[in-house]
Design a protein around this ligand. Sequence first.
Ligand code: HT7
Ligand code: ZN
Length: 844
Amino acid sequence: PTTVYLKDYTPFGYLVDSVSLTFDLVPNATRVTARIAFRPNPEAQDRTFFLHGEGLKLIGAQIDGQDVKPELTDQGLTCDVPDGPFLWESEVEIDPANNTALEGLYMSNGMYCTQCEAEGFRKITFYPDRPDVMSTFTVRIYGDLPVMLSNGNPSDSGDGWVEWTDPWPKPAYLFALVAGDLVAHSDRFTTASGQEVDLNLWVRPGDEHKCAFGMEALKKSMRWDEEVYGREYDLDVFNIVAVDDFNMGAMENKGLNIFNSAAVLASPDTSTDGNFERIEAIIAHEYFHNWTGNRITCRDWFQLCLKEGLTVFRDSQFTSDLRSAPVKRISDVIDLRARQFPEDNGPLAHPVRPESFQEINNFYTATVYEKGAEVIGMLKRLVGDAAYAEALDLYFARHDGQACTIEDWLKVFEDVTGRDLAQFKRWYSQAGTPRVAVEERWAEGTYTLTLTQSTPPTPDQPDKAPQVIPVAVGLLGPNGDEVRETQLLELTEERQSFTFEGLAAKPVPSILRGFSAPVILDRETTTEERAFLLAHDTDPFNRWEAGRALAQHTLLDMIVNGTPPEPAYLDGIQSVLRDEALDPAYRALMLGLPGQSELAATLHERGHTPDPMAIWQAVETLRQTMAEHLQDLLPRLHAEAQVDAPYRPDAEQSGKRALGSAVLGLINRIDGGVLAAEEYGKADNMTLQLSALGALIRAGKGAGQLAAFYDQWKDDRLVIDKWFGLQVSLAEPADTVKVAVHLTRHDDFNWKNPNRFRAVLGALAMNHAGFHHESGAGYSLLADWLLRLDPVNPQTTARMCAPFQTWKRYDAKRQEMIAEQLDRIAAAPGLSRDTTEMISRIRG
Ligand code: HT7
Ligand code: ZN
């Protein structure tokens, strides 16, 4: 496979002035005609006329009305073209009914839909399929289907056809078409400047009752983007479509967002609070792309973080504004540590702006998205809120309608602030999670913090230069009062000292408040100090972090030294839980423990070989001890968590239910499932039903309810995904593979559907002790299924290789078993480019 490099970028030799497409929709033989107005690009040197095209049957091509015979390869075509402007016309035939890769034009439950990002448009017609080629599009769709949609505004229609016109120039990856038997949940929105917009959420008949929440989320997003970023919507209509077979969460096609149905359909009976919150965030994310991604797009795919990092940052701000900012920040950091840190510290490490790839689909990663968003958060902290707002205004004004780079992005900040961001830019080019070591000194009223940064080597980057690390610090006095408010230290050197003068007593530092940078803080401190911060820190993130550090410390001690659980942790958590002034959602987070995979990573970093069974056992023991220690408090907390109002998936109610569920998990360990059975019986929403079912399974008493749950929900595919996933995630280590195998034999295990595949095999990989069971059966089961899925859907297969990325942490026997599976996958004849790249990077 060929490798593409950032350094090799050159502009395309031609500009596209307009694109006119017609689709004659037939399941196995759809005809696509394209009329594309090209003219030479004055900025380009190379005039090779190459159009991408894959899996297309060329029926005919003309230039300015004359038949031409282009030279075809399996990547596309080349052709001799006139020196000046010309009209290219082509007709191709494609087979959407047999497109199982879910890229290009495909069919899902009888409905036509498209997925073009990143390089799917070339499976629809011959085109310069690169994001820096932007054009307006007119699309005519012929077909015998009740609803036929494309980007932009409806512009014409006749018997059996409709036409859509998108006035905004866009790259081909934002093209979309949907056609099928769909029903709309409709609404209207009036923009700040008074433009009326028709809003439609299109779903399959039967799903109409799951649309209201998504529509409200869309309207909130539209208003928020006007109020916070001054961004208005720019078409007469905004369509969202729910599709069952979809590789990722959703896609921001201009004016026609396409969503995995799991990422948009919601009802209290069938969706959990977590589902509602995720849906709200994804709807916002895709909507926000209208400006950060669509109006201003990426010059090339190396700049992916330009749109994704910024849009994740914007959707996090939105969720923080609508819900609880500290809860959102803590949840984001939990997620970053669970998904991005392993990537940044393993064989798949790559910079936020990668410098090469074989298959771009493999770079839609936690690093590009979530670390990309963290980088923007740091920039905002460093320049301040006012300068950030000014820089964003300048970005939109200067670059509207352009395909941009990270250089363009940073330049607006430099122009607004006068700051040199050359060193800051290393966040985009250096992979790996920086570590910050802390030393303290106290003498005569002066407290000195010395910070030392280092970033470990990553693939292709043995040496790292110091980065700009914003470290938010506050100081607490011995009685718990804050003696210095949060101050932002800018760590730019490898080693740097910061002094705080005029203090009456040695303070306790609260470092990296709000998780002000995506780094690992190396700080040897005492249990007393952590307990002190857990009791007194005024920064909600660091207060939670102190509890987390205590939990981690006690778990590592239990695993490595066989020590019993730390009383300071148990007492500290108890005090926090007693504090009724604290948000229930926050208290629920306080009851969480570090993930088992995260514990394995920490053990490995500290020179131990993680034993997944010992980790699992320690977590079980600590949970049991917590249940016993908190026993007297639990009934009161459970009562406090009750909601006496009709179901609403808002922060207040869902926070209570989160606390209730965490408390039920502990009570369950004492009463052996009695309360869980009661709760299951009276649950009137999916959040409560699923939490009670989970507790029953954990107590070994869920068989009856599990069967009843299936009978109740067998016609709802999204709920049945949960039913599959729950059983695998909650299986005991020795049973996990058995449960997963059993479920893969279930009649409803439609493995070609990415959601169902992930429900079982994704859950297997997430069950740390089960996946890493000493038998190696978890590894071979995942490999078997990856091999089966690869010819059908390479994109989802490649993403599902990621669980193997941590393999070098484990003992020699496990490493050998994983290597064997990686080699078996690599040796499969005809393995896709996607999976080949992932396996070879993981294998190293
Ligand atoms: N921009 C989109 C990323 C994407 C995608 C979405 C669905 C299916 C395949 C895809 N490939 C890339 C989603 C987003 O970040 O908003
Ligand atoms: Zn996105």
